[in-house]
Design a protein around this ligand. Sequence first.
Ligand code: FES
Ligand SMILES: [Fe+2]
Length: 479
Amino acid sequence: MSTTSHNQPVAAETVNVRDLVDVQRGEISREIFINEQIHRQELENLFPRAWLFVGHESQVPNPGDFFSSWMGSDPVLLTRDDQGEIHVLLNSCRHRGMRVCRYDEGNTMKFTCPYHAWSYSIDGSLVAVPGDLHGVPHLKAAYSGRLEKEKWGLVRCPKVRSYKGLVFANWDAEAPEFDDYVGDFHWWLDNLADAFDGTEGGTEVFRGVHKWRIKSNWKFVSENFLGDTYHGASTHASVEAVGIGPGGKGKRRHGEQQNQGGFSKGRMKTSFRLGHGASDNLDYEIPYPTFAEDELTEYFRQAWDTRKQKLDREERPLGGRGPATLFPNMSFAAGFPRTILVAHPVSPTETEVWRWYLVDKSAPDFVRAWLRRYYMRYAGPAGMTEQDDMENWDYATESSRGVVARRFPYNYQQGLGEEQPSELDRAVHSNHAIAGEVNARAFYRRWAEVVDGLSWPELNKLAEIDERASGQRVGEADA
Ligand code: FES
Ligand SMILES: [Fe+2]
């Protein structure tokens, strides 16, 4: 992201956001989507404590490779050092804060700051060559040789986890470990990161990331992916009519197999106490489309048969192909298309959206070529489906920020009181209703607790109490 507007200090007057999120009644204030102070609290209390998706290992395959990314309000570099280890570094010089790397991606021996030329190695260390342009210029003359170089490397993110090639990071050393944070939501991540034939972590990204800005709050995006199946039939009616399915005709995702848009009876929602959510269609007899070209149909059919043999189970009920959101802002779909979307907060009413597209490492050229065309047709700023969604979010924001409009809450009452306990670890609810907002309620509940700045022990306690009340095992989630 080139510029952001979130560099102001947190004002003294903080907002208690739990007062604005009433999940019992299913009412949520519009303020949380437009208020500047709440946006600052998110940047302070949520993003530096959450596990955020930074990039994919396949974007930095070789020593010296780097990829520029963002974590909340902070620019970061995903790098791979000479030992093959991955690092996530704050992209800000320790001298006066200049961005040490202004490229989107590349390969380098070192990052040399453009301002006064301090140089850092690919793992972030301040290079220990005194007095020339490969280290700290004029080290001896300027610092009498006393600069403690080992203390002034680029700031390293303390918690980094590569999960089957998906790289996540967390600035808070006290935060729960990634696997505890995710719980059984890993089934959805597995479907994203594993190859179609079930090979673990058998995916890579098409190089290049779609990036664009929308005039609405980042939570619109997360919420939409974690369970808003309600919007499909209306929002995407025109796209469904045009027929942009994988087979070149029919509905968006599964050609002739998809029925009634978001209203198919086989929808299942799963919400997690720590805010993640997914929505899956159980109706598909087979989870791959029928294509116009026989060899494509055959490729995906074979991959699916191999997968079933390998995993010795059907895909259900252990996590489907989404769409889904890992709390707070990594959304994805694991089928057609298979894509990751991160909603970077820019301001209360502006979001920078980044889209990655995945492909099996072993996919032959004709499959890659077809997927590339399909992904471009389907998603991204020029894709037919994405435009439908963006327009709704932008107009909803514009017509919610007025003085009168913001007095009235949004309605989240769909399926209220009909939540069913889930059998999955750390999932709290599932709901087989045609449509329902159970996932959104769980997401905003967790969001409010974290944005209010509750400590980890306090957050753990709330999650524990909730799991007891719903008859689930008591989670060690954040212990
Ligand atoms: S700001 Fe980087 S060397 Fe001065
Ligand atoms: Fe949509």
